[in-house]
Write a protein that binds this ligand. Structure first.
Ligand code: HEC
Length: 303
């Protein structure tokens, strides 16, 4: 079968260099993103490494405590000795009173340990050089704010969809995976990206959804890696891998006439897609019959 496109290995070398340059840069970017996650969310529960607790603390918050406590037990742990951290936390527990702030020496600790970073000039971190700046952080920790979630959501949706646009475009010239596999690998990251963003908001509402954050993030990473590795191998190592190496067995397996896993998945996707229309019609009917009248009723009452 001759493909309707130029396979990756047959592209001119300049194009291959362009594709490879892009893939390598984005790959390094991905690594840095993972490191960044380890250092911000990873430290949320005070222990290094990402866990479900980290996700819950970051989005839902540590609701049994205050923001200041969560931070002092987590990312800000290293910034003050234990004795002083406990003193601050004790003060918070006892009501974060402005008198006690000065009298119990909390002001002194904050000024010597925190204000070097948390001052008026610093951008992106709250200013603790006066009591008013610190006070809001002595209230219940409810995790990420809606404002910050909105900001990060739109940046992620725009930015990451661009990355997957080009990675997917390069990968679409791959010839070793079947069309089915390619469609799944190219489409998956978008599904997972939307699931990822949605899961942040859901976790903000209920901690149960923290696992979805991890699941969606991993799905995105796996499809990225699959497209990345396949593209690079086909461009530069086609012969050693797909003709002489382990890839040849894959090609044999691929051309086996028995229905493979991606083929079956493909059929499943087609069946599901054919259900979308009838499901939509049914939802619309239910909506018009049951939900819409209630909304209209409420609106009438408001007026
Ligand atoms: C080396 C610089 C540095 C020092 C010292 C430091 N912080 Fe921070 N702090 C930061 C940065 C940077 C952030 C923002 C981190 C982020 O957004 O992930 C932050 C965030 C915080 C937050 C969360 C703010 C928010 O918007 O949720 C709190 C609370 C906090 N620090 C408390 C403290 C306290 C209390 C001390 C003193 C014991 C302290 N920090 C010392 C750099 C510092």
């Amino acid at each position: 079968m001759t493909p309707k496109f130029t396979p990756l290995k047959d592209h001119d070398t300049p194009i291959k260099v362009l594709f490879t340059g892009y893939l390598c840069t984005v790959g390094i970017g991905y690594l840095f993103a993972l490191i960044q996650i380890l250092f911000t969310h990873g430290m949320a529960d005070g222990k290094f490494g990402l866990s479900v607790d980290d996700i819950v603390y970051s989005y839902y918050g540590n609701r049994s405590g205050t923001v200041l406590e969560t931070q002092l037990n987590g990312p800000m742990k290293e910034n003050a000795p234990d004795q002083e951290r406990f003193k601050i936390m004790e003060w918070v527990r006892e009501g974060a009173d402005s008198e006690a702030y000065k009298d119990d020496g909390i002001k002194k600790i904050i000024e010597s340990r925190c204000v070097m970073c948390h001052n008026k000039e610093a951008s992106g971190v709250p200013n603790f050089s006066n009591f008013e700046g610190l006070k809001p952080y002595t209230t219940q920790d409810t995790g990420a704010t809606f404002a910050s979630l909105t900001r990060v959501s739109h940046i992620h949706l725009f930015g990451i969809s661009f990355i997957f646009m080009f990675v997917g475009l390069i990968f679409s010239f791959a010839e070793t995976p079947t069309t089915q596999y390619k469609c799944i690998a190219i489409g998956m990251p978008y599904g997972f990206l939307i699931a990822d963003i949605m899961s942040w908001w859901l976790t903000k509402i209920h901690p149960m959804f923290a696992w979805l954050v991890i699941f969606a993030g991993m799905g995105m990473g796996i499809s990225f890696m699959f497209m990345w590795v396949t593209s690079i191998l086909e461009m530069w190592l086609f012969k050693p891998v797909f003709i002489k190496g382990f890839g040849s067995r894959y090609l044999e397996w691929r051309d086996n006439p028995e229905a493979s896993i991606p083929d079956r998945l493909w059929i499943l996707i087609k069946i599901l897609a054919s259900q979308i229309r009838p499901a939509g019609v049914m939802l619309r009917r239910r909506w018009l019959k049951h939900v819409w009248p209630v909304i209209i009723e409420q609106l009438k009452k408001l007026r």
